[in-house]
Design a protein around this ligand. Structure first.
Ligand code: KDG
Ligand code: MG
Length: 404
């Protein structure tokens, strides 16, 4: 019988930190999984190295569901971002191996292509509205059919979604203590409709427009914003409130028909059960890395399909290209696909992660290489050692902590 002979964690920082799992079989087949939890990377690396990898050696790599159940139920301590990210990496690597053994891209193992390509949205941003409009124009010229728009709220330092002056990261991470941003809900609620209206006024309605609130509003504030944005016909309004309070979405729904998207911080189907079964959202944004891998993501998407909720997976630059590839294979195959976030990866990430997925005319395709279609250059990875970073925090004008 083929067995897993090695499971090893690689932490590397080619531009930003990525945690990668490498699983090798007795037949010499290698599978890759992403286990990156931005700002908490080493917790997942240790969980895998100390508690997960020793369980994998000697197991049959073909038994993906059984391994998932073993790692989930067997731990006794269920759910949580660290555990579910670790399980996700194992799951992705095993699907990669299964595809390589079969000589098929993973989407073929998931039922085959349900569409010709994966509609993706990009990120446009600006330190003010004219700069945002230039960036939207640049992305539309590149062929994107869907654009997320964010701009700095006048008077507030470090608005979410707008890159730091060095242009490297849109959620500027700092080395020691977290950077502190300033938040004031009133100016944001006045500015956001004006900013998104300016995008529609300049470019019209011939493309999808999205906006991310990043969990900053109360339910009634979110209801008001959704209402004010209705003339601009958003594809979605993302993370209007901290969504661990699922019933809060009933309030938002009572006040607006703007479609709602939620889920990038969720790690299991239980985080979105009520949101889905009560039809309180339109798009579920769970990611393949933080929500238990391909196996669990498909379970969430199947539940969502029953209730008319479509998918819109999180795809930021702080998940590795392995995760992007895995997401694209799922996107290709599920019936209720909506859209996929594609933020892209900046070099030198490309020196470590070699991908086969492609982008053309607004759509991505995972490619037809066996498995996930991503290779990791371990020799290159050692040249980019771990670089500890903190996500920013938000403070209100009175100094109290607000959701970031
Ligand atoms: O690590 C945090 C980021 O992944 C998050 O801020 C990105 O909100 C995000 C998005 O929609 O891509
Ligand atoms: Mg988001």
């Amino acid at each position: 019988m083929t067995t897993i002979t090695e499971a090893r964690v690689i932490v590397t920082s080619p531009g930003r930190n990525y945690v990668t799992l490498k699983i090798t079989t007795s037949d010499g087949v290698v599978g890759w999984g992403d286990a990156t939890l931005n700002g908490r990377e080493l917790a997942v690396a240790a969980y895998m190295t100390d508690h997960v990898c020793p369980l994998l050696v000697g197991r049959d790599p073909a038994r993906i569901e059984d391994t998932w159940q073993l790692l989930y139920r067997g731990a006794y301590w269920r759910r949580g971002p660290v555990t579910m990210t670790a399980i996700a990496a194992v799951d992705m690597a095993l699907w990669d191996i299964k595809g390589k053994v079969a000589g098929l891209p993973v989407y073929q193992l998931l039922g085959g292509a349900a569409r010709n390509g994966v509609l993706v949205y990009c990120h446009a941003s600006g330190s003010d509205v004219p700069a945002l409009l230039d960036d939207v124009a640049r992305h539309l010229d590149q062929g994107f059919l869907a654009v997320r728009a964010q701009a700095s709220v006048p008077g507030l330092e470090g608005t979410y979604g707008v890159p730091a002056p060095d242009g490297l990261l849109y959620e500027p991470a700092s080395a020691a203590l977290p950077a502190e941003h300033l938040w004031d809900t009133g100016p944001y609620l006045r500015f956001a409709p004006e900013m998104l209206g300016a995008v529609r006024e300049r470019f019209g309605f011939g493309f999808h427009l999205l906006h991310d609130v990043h969990h900053r509003l109360s339910p009634i504030e979110a209801g008001r914003l959704g209402h004010d944005l209705e003339p601009h016909r958003l594809f979605w309004l993302e993370d209007p409130t901290p969504a661990e309070d699922q019933s809060a979405f009933r309030v938002i729904r009572q006040h607006t028909t703007t479609p709602l998207a939620v889920g990038e911080v969720f790690n299991s189907i239980w985080d979105c059960q009520q949101l889905i079964t009560e039809r309180l959202i339109d798009y579920i944004r769970t990611s393949v890395t933080h929500a238990g891998g391909i196996t669990h993501l498909r379970r969430i998407f199947s539940l969502a399909d029953l209730y008319g909720v479509r998918t819109g997976s999180h795809g930021p630059g702080d998940l590795s290209p392995v995760a992007m590839a895995a997401a694209l294979h799922v996107d290709m195959s599920v019936p209720n696909f909506g859209i996929q976030e594609y933020m892209g990866h900046r070099d030198p990430a490309g020196e470590v992660f070699r991908t086969t997925y492609t982008f053309a005319d607004g759509y991505m395709h995972p490619g037809d290489a066996p498995g996930l279609g991503v290779d990791v250059d371990e020799d290159a990875a050692v040249h980019f050692p771990y670089d500890p970073r903190q996500l920013p925090v938000n403070r209100r004008l009175d100094g109290s902590v607000h959701d970031w």
